[in-house]
Design a protein around this ligand. Structure first.
Ligand code: FMN
Length: 204
């Protein structure tokens, strides 16, 4: 049976969403289908206005109930770095998963990560490392991207580029003006394709 895949992301300014769509293309290229969900906003409108946040798009459902993820075999998680870690919006979601933790409802699922942050050295890899503790407590199996399927892209240092063996990524610049590059999107697409194939291989 084909594995059931979800992409779950929080995106304040849209960069993570753009990567999520590239991940989706990769999954579809591998012959899979995927459901997209957004982590709900937790900040007040006053703070969001001060942060020039455009507001969450309405075309992707909000993941209010952690039970929604229980039927999925694989989950790709899109994380915009906050101080090298999950943003509070994501943490609020995890803080609602006590029942899943207690019942082991997420145990044995597979997860991949894709991450955006402002600057090189700003915490793309530390964000992935910080996520490991949460995945470990739930018994979720982390699927790294590795180098095998994106060696040319990951070993090319001729341009500014996010993404690593931990998963796809993009640098947004301090003011958010840098959009995901063609190479970063290519790496995200490769990750989606390979993630689907890995979940299909091991979840059957
Ligand atoms: C409170 C806050 C903390 C942040 N911390 C970091 C950081 O530690 N390193 C970094 O490079 N970028 C940091 N950023 C930039 C965000 O990671 C960036 O805005 C985000 O990845 C953009 O993704 P999005 O367009 O999907 O929201 C921070 C942004 C905010 C608002």
């Amino acid at each position: 049976m084909a594995p059931k895949i979800a992409i779950v992301f929080y995106s304040m300014y849209g960069h993570i969403r753009t990567l999520a769509e590239a991940e989706k293309r990769g999954i579809e290229k591998a012959g899979g289908t995927v459901d997209l969900y957004q982590i709900p906003e937790t900040l007040s409108q006053e703070v969001l206005t001060q942060m020039y946040a455009p507001g969450q798009p309405t075309d992707i459902p909000l993941l209010e109930d952690p039970a929604t993820l229980e039927p999925y075999d694989g989950i790709l998680m899109g994380i915009p770095t906050r101080y090298g870690n999950f943003p509070a919006q994501w943490r609020t979601f995890w803080d609602k998963t006590g029942a899943q933790w207690a019942k082991g409802s997420y145990h044995g699922k597979m997860a991949g990560l894709f991450i955006t942050n402002a600057t090189q050295g700003g915490g793309q890899e530390s964000t992935a490392l910080a996520a490991m503790s949460t995945l470990a407590h739930h018994g979720i199996i982390f699927v790294p991207s590795g180098y095998k399927h994106a060696f040319a892209q990951l070993s090319d240092v001729s341009e500014v580029r996010g993404g690593s063996a931990w998963g796809a990524g993009s640098f947004t610049a301090g003011d958010g003006s840098r959009l995901p590059s063609a190479k970063e999107l290519e790496i995200a697409e490769i990750q989606g394709e390979q993630f689907y194939k890995t979940v299909a291989k091991f979840s059957g």
